[in-house]
Design a protein around this ligand. Sequence first.
Ligand SMILES: Nc1ncnc2c1ncn2[C@@H]1O[C@H](COP(=O)(O)OP(=O)(O)O)[C@@H](O)[C@H]1O
Ligand SMILES: [Mg+2]
Length: 361
Amino acid sequence: MAEPSLVAAGEEPEERAIEAALRPKNLDDFVGQHRVRKQLSLVLQASRMRGRTADHVLFSGPPGLGKTTLAMIVAAEMNAPLRLSSGPAIQHAGDLAAILSSLSEGEVLFLDEIHRMSRPAEEMLYMAMEDFRVDIVVGKGAGATAIPLELPPFTLVGATTRAGLLPGPLRDRFGFTGHLEFYSVPELELVLRRSAGLLDLKVNSAGFAEIAGRSRGTPRIANRLLRRVRDWALVHGIEQIDSRAASAALDMYEVDKKGLDRLDRAVLEALITKFGGGPVGLSTLAIAVGEETETVETVAEPFLVREGLLGRTPRGRIAMAPAWTHLGYAIPSGVFAQEQLDLFDSGEEAAGAGEWAPEGQ
Ligand SMILES: Nc1ncnc2c1ncn2[C@@H]1O[C@H](COP(=O)(O)OP(=O)(O)O)[C@@H](O)[C@H]1O
Ligand SMILES: [Mg+2]
């Protein structure tokens, strides 16, 4: 999935290698997400004590909050090998059968973007998750026969940015669901301190605070911003990164004080200038900023909603008052008419229904 401009810089091999190096390897090094961490730790500890393969686990939440990292931690904590694949890579049930039939006992299978798996593969997965068995269909038409194949017990770890898109039967087969939340600024400071240590960078407290505050509540972005600040400091011959250096560097990369990046601002800008603040449908909004609907919905929106900049109503998206001010527009009178505010109040639940499913649902 396409990510905002600055984030896409991480596609370079060197950047990807650094990202891998910065991944916490065990639960103790994993910052924040206390509830998920505590619950997961209990699930894993209990299975270790029973000498059993851990229950299937699902992680949901916006990109960059630690889903892949947690999947790797599950395997590490269970001392089990890890197999990586993803929904988009599994287009046919046969693709999945090939993976499942080659799993070893106790192996952890990580399926990223699990909501994008094809229907037939999904149905095969139900049976594999529940009964550790698949039916391999041989032949076509009337002569087709299903050959049952026993699978060793394994742990499926699914990750999705769209928990609401997972069919109920699939969601129900996970023994544990962890929904990841955006990180607080102090938590991001911890992530940055750890990373700076690993990268051997000198940053003072104010420098960490400045970077953390602009990281959109997202560790992946915090780490990327840290590397951009590092580059800036290197070029400017600065030894110790303070808030002024961090601030100057991030201004240059067009990451603003609230942490909004180019896509976030484009979405709000379009809402305000092209649609008078909304409400406008998500797909129309996505076209206006030249992005995929899914990117706008899963990458930009959750953070903008959390920051109170964007509202979801049954009739579409609206720019909230702070969005106008943040982008330097005067809030036109009449835009926040009572009718629109009512819409927002009643709308949040309806629009969010099935979107970010609460834990255990
Ligand atoms: N809780 C955390 N503590 C420390 N670093 C984290 C944490 N969560 C994520 N990261 C860092 O952010 C990066 C992105 O995390 P990742 O697990 O790939 O996110 P996701 O799979 O949810 O998109 C990783 O390289 C990791 O270093
Ligand atoms: Mg991931």
